[in-house]
Ligand binder design. Structure first.
Ligand code: PRP
Length: 218
């Protein structure tokens, strides 16, 4: 049998919804979720292997050709300015990038707005479009705390259910962009291994169509 097709995937929430989608596409990828420390996982059929990564590292593995395909959020690609070929929107990991602030917040008059975020480039670009200069504070997680404490006035962060905001006394004041996970491809692999990669992506497309059909019938 030929070498498995290598996918770079993010550990965590997106992987949990990707595995059922792969099952619908004909791949038993339950090993991707098994509770062990192995960072390379192979499907039951041996045709697919997954590299389990931090989301920010997915583009790197695909750009360098270590993985032919990857699954990654638009937020990560946009923040990196990645020019990876976006092959398919998986409609998973759907959320939005938004500006949020303490409930009842009003912007400081005259001062520079302080913005805490994991996305400094996207935050700067958002305010630059509005002609506003801001002071961006880069964080790596628990971003909401930036606006709960005196670190920042507002945050620019992902909002999925909105629960983290509510539980921390924050609310969305502006939407920046829609986010979802997409399949990205290494451009060389897409040419050299075209048949196999296209067939895999087509199987995911069919799985998405079947899912949409199922949800219509509910
Ligand atoms: C993400 C995001 C928000 C939260 C939003 O954080 O940065 O904090 O999820 O989800 P919600 O709208 O459903 O509450 P993540 O869980 O990835 O952890 P982090 O704080 O370490 O970034």
């Amino acid at each position: 049998m030929s070498r498995p097709l290598t996918l770079a995937v993010p550990k965590g929430r997106v992987l949990k919804v990707l595995v059922p989608l792969l099952a619908k596409a004909g791949y038993d990828a339950s090993s991707f979720l098994s509770d062990d420390r192995a960072l390379v996982r192979t499907t039951a059929c041996g045709r697919l292997e997954a590299l389990l990564l931090k989301p920010d590292d997915v583009p790197t593995y695909v750009e360098r050709g270590v993985a032919s395909l990857g699954v990654v959020g638009r937020d990560v690609l946009d923040e990196k300015g990645s020019e990876l070929f976006r092959v398919l929107d998986l409609r998973v990991g759907v959320c939005k990038l938004a500006v949020a602030a303490p409930v009842g917040f009003s912007a400081p008059r005259g001062g520079v707005l302080r913005v805490a975020t994991k996305y400094p480039k996207l935050a700067l670009a958002h305010y630059a479009k509005k002609g506003e200069q801001v002071d961006v504070v880069k964080l790596h997680g628990s971003v909401e705390l930036g606006a709960v404490t005196s670190l920042a006035d507002v945050i620019v962060d992902l909002v999925e259910t909105g629960r983290t905001l509510v539980e921390n006394g924050l609310e969305v004041i502006e939407e920046v962009s829609a986010v979802s996970s997409v399949v990205v491809a290494n451009r060389a692999a897409w040419k050299v291994d075209s048949e196999r990669l296209r067939a895999f992506v087509a199987s995911l497309e069919a799985a998405l169509a079947a899912e949409a059909e199922d949800s219509k019938q509910l």
